[in-house]
Design a protein around this ligand. Sequence first.
Ligand SMILES: Nc1ncnc2c1ncn2[C@@H]1O[C@H](COP(=O)(O)OP(=O)(O)OP(=O)(O)O)[C@@H](O)[C@H]1O
Ligand SMILES: [Mg+2]
Length: 281
Amino acid sequence: MTGVKETTVVKETGEADGIAIHVAGLHKSFGALEVLKGIDLTVRRGEVVCVIGPSGSGKSTLLRCVNLLEEPTSGSVTVAGTEVTDPDVDIDRVRRRIGMVFQAFNLFPHLTALENLTIAQRRVLRRDKAEAVRIGRDTLRRVGLSDKESAYPAQLSGGQQQRVAIARALSMDPELMLFDEPTSALDPELVGDVLAVMRALADEGMTMLVVTHEMSFAREVADRVVFMDDGVIVEEGGPEQVVSDPVHPRTRAFLTRVLNPAAARVGEVPDTGPHGARIDR
Ligand SMILES: Nc1ncnc2c1ncn2[C@@H]1O[C@H](COP(=O)(O)OP(=O)(O)OP(=O)(O)O)[C@@H](O)[C@H]1O
Ligand SMILES: [Mg+2]
C-alpha cells in the first residue's frame, strides 16, 4: 500500500463491500516455530464467526494479529477497510474501532465497575465525564449490571467481571468485537450469563469473531464456524455443517474429542485448552 489517497480508496471499497475483517495469506512465526501457516479469512459486517480448534492451533495468535497485538510475519490484515499491516497505519486509531475481550478480565481492581467503563472513554475518546458516565451506565444496563456500578471487581463474580469487561469494550463504540475464550475461566454456572450477553450482541448485529470451546454457542449463534488445526483453516462453513456434520477427518476427530471427553483414553493429551469444551448449555 502506498500513499494516503490509495488508503482512502481501499477504505471506501472495504466498507462498501460490507467486509469487517479481511485476512489474506497470514503467516506468523515465533522464532523457528511457524504458528500461522497461511490464513485466509473474511468476516462480513454483522456476521458472527466462531473459531474452534485444538490448543496450540493458533486461534489466539490469529485474533492477536487482527488488532496487531502480534505483528504478522507476512500477509495482510484489513479491518473495516483499513489495512492494519500497512506500516504507515495509525494502529491506535484502528484499535479504537475494535473491542477485545479476553479470558482474563483485566479490570482495574481499584476502580468501580462504572469507573472501569469511563476511564478509557475519557482518556482515549476524550469524552467529558457526564457523557462517559451516561454511556457507561447505558452499557452496564445492556449487560444486566445496572445495580453493580459502584462495586469493585473483587466484589463481583467472575461472570459479572467478564460482563463488565464486555461493557467496557462496548462503551468505546466498537465496530467489531474480538472474543478470545471469554467464558473458559468461569465456573460452569456463570458461563450462561456471559453467553447470553454475547448472544444479545449478535442479535443486535454486532460483528463478532469469537474463539470458543462452547460448541452449543457456536452452533446456535455463529453464522459461520472456522475449524483451525496446526496453523491452518481446515474447514469452514455453516455451524450445522461444521459442528454437526464435519467433512474433514481432523474436524471430526476434534469434535469427537471435545463432545465426548469421557471417551478419551488414558495417556491421551487433552487438547481442548485448559478448560475443555462444553456443549451442555
Ligand atoms: N509470544 C509467543 N512466543 C512464542 N510462542 C508463542 C507465543 N504465542 C504463542 N506461541 C505459540 O504459538 C502456538 C499457538 O498458540 P495460540 O495461543 O495461538 O494457540 P491457541 O489455539 O489459542 O491455543 P489455546 O486453545 O490453548 O488457547 C503455541 O505453540 C504457542 O506456544
Ligand atoms: Mg488461545
